[in-house]
Unconditional design. Structure first.
Lengths: 343, 149
């Protein structure tokens, strides 16, 4: 039961924050959606110097197995690095590698309250009227991420630094490896895409940028006025070609009913124009086409990993069914046309 | 007469979705159960045609391999294509059809790799035929769940 975690979290916080006395965790709720980490919303009450206080926190615990096998430290470092930039992120508070407290490592962030992430809300009032506003921010923020200097952010100390002409190969090798390891059945379309990508590599990256790795509607918090308050889920963050993030955000599985409006927001051409203006980079059509086909391969590697986790009983969370069955099906529907578009 | 399996699955899924999901106090549990009901809807859709589309696809791939034997120059690959083209399904259980389908689709990958090394028109025509068949395979597997509306 989720509630059984509350006293254990309280014990950990008491040890972590000796200045907080009479500490309790009166509320804990698991948040659905993320399959890579178990995410909990918690309310902590305590006294500090005799004064009652309250903090609302987000705790992200490693699952028994992970859909995306990444170091939790990557996410924590990325969020911490972006905190003092124009990219809105939650405040990263603590990273705990010791498994004695909650059986598995975890990290804790400040909760950004009063916000939503659910993409389905963009189809209903009041958010449907705010799509233009949210969309402009979404692509501006992605351009801002692309414009950053990874070294100035301190991220080159945490993340591999590929050469500009090797960014594509590193990502493709990695995700092909995931497919090799996790596929449950032969995948002729995905394998054809991988061969196509290797035969026609993209131009070298214009710059080495911070790639969020999972930038899409659903991974940011927006409030009732349509203001984006936080970019979430940085666990696939890496250094590479910034066009990769743009292409992933254009992945038609995240588009909603109209692929011409990626992430159910504004038109693709407007998104590109905003991204180019903000990043100072060019969304080179050849590079973008390559990375969009790559996104289909990466997507399928993730969905197939989820299917394997479920099939082998390592993770029976229903989100694994959605990823490994429904989203995989959707991703495959676009592949034939994508392959035809890049002969 | 017993009720049809799709009707049973649909009734259960609809009851869960409209009556049980809204009654759950926790949002996390609501969303999890919603995903489970979508799986029931998907299973309902798969039930009736599950064996038919697998038989159809395995038959289509064997016919493709039969035509490919005249185009493929590599004698080892051509031999294995011919062998696969001549082998029938070992039964109509889904697990048996899936095992055969996996064997055939692995051979499709080899065939594509071979065709990609060639620059002649016959190979290009066959490569296009393979892609058309793979696109049909996507349509055969297509599931209908109300998750991405």
């Amino acid at each position: 039961m989720v509630e059984s975690l509350a006293p254990r979290i309280a014990a950990w916080l008491s040890a972590r924050m000796p200045g907080w006395s009479n500490l309790s965790v009166p509320e804990i709720h698991r948040i659905s959606g993320g399959a890579s980490r178990e995410t909990y919303r918690i309310r902590v009450c305590f006294e500090e110097s005799g004064t009652p206080a309250e903090r609302r926190l987000i705790l992200r615990r490693d699952p028994p197995t992970s859909l995306i096998e990444t170091e939790r430290g990557v996410e924590f470092a990325a969020i911490a690095a972006f905190h003092d930039t124009n990219v809105p992120v939650p405040r990263a508070l603590w990273l705990e590698d010791e498994t004695a407290w909650l059986d598995r490592p975890f990290c804790v962030m400040e909760e950004i309250t009063g916000c939503q992430t659910d993409a389905a809300l963009l189809g209903v009032s009041p958010y449907v009227e705010l799509r233009e506003h949210i969309g402009r921010q979404k692509w501006t923020i992605l351009g801002t991420i692309a414009a950053q200097d990874p070294q100035a952010l301190g991220l080159t100390a945490h993340l591999q630094v590929p050469a500009l002409d090797r960014c594509w190969r590193r990502e493709l090798d990695y995700w092909e490896g995931v497919l090799d390891e996790d596929q449950l059945e032969p995948e002729p379309l995905t394998r054809a895409a991988i061969r196509r990508l290797r035969r026609r590599p993209p131009p070298p990256a214009q710059k080495l940028g911070v790639v969020h790795g999972d930038y899409r509607t659903g991974n940011f918090l927006f409030d009732p006025t349509g203001a984006i308050k936080g970019i979430l889920d940085w666990e696939m963050c890496h250094l590479g070609d910034p066009v990769e993030d743009l292409a992933w955000a254009f992945n038609p599985v995240f588009a909603g009913p109209d692929p011409g409006y990626p992430g159910r927001l504004i038109a693709r051409a407007d998104a590109i124009a905003i991204w180019e203006r903000t990043s100072g980079l060019r969304a080179d059509p050849e590079a973008l086409a390559w990375w969009e086909l790559f996104s289909a391969v990466k997507g399928n590697a993730i969905w197939i990993s989820a299917a394997r986790e479920y099939a082998e009983g390592r993770n029976r969370d229903p989100i694994q069914i959605a990823a490994g069955w429904f989203v995989k099906d959707l991703q495959d529907r676009f592949l034939p046309a994508q392959l035809e578009a890049m002969p | 007469m017993k009720p049809d399996v799709p009707a049973v699955l649909e009734t259960i899924a609809t009851t869960l979705l409209t009556e049980i999901v809204p009654a759950l106090p926790k949002e996390y549990d609501q969303k999890n159960l919603m995903l489970m009901t979508f799986a029931l809807f998907a299973a309902k859709g798969e039930w009736d045609g599950a064996a038919a589309w697998r038989v159809e696809e395995n038959t289509a791939l064997r016919a493709l391999f039969q035509r490919a034997t005249a185009v493929v120059g590599d004698p080892d690959l051509a031999g294995r294509l011919r062998e696969a083209a001549d082998a029938p399904d070992s039964g109509l259980r889904i697990s048996a059809l899936d095992a055969e389908n996996a064997r055939l689709r692995a051979l499709v990958i080899e065939l594509q790799q071979h065709l990609e090394t060639r620059a002649d028109g016959a190979a290009a025509d066959l490569a296009r035929e393979v892609m058309v068949e793979l696109a049909r395979g996507v349509d055969r597997r297509r599931i209908d769940v109300p998750i991405f509306g």
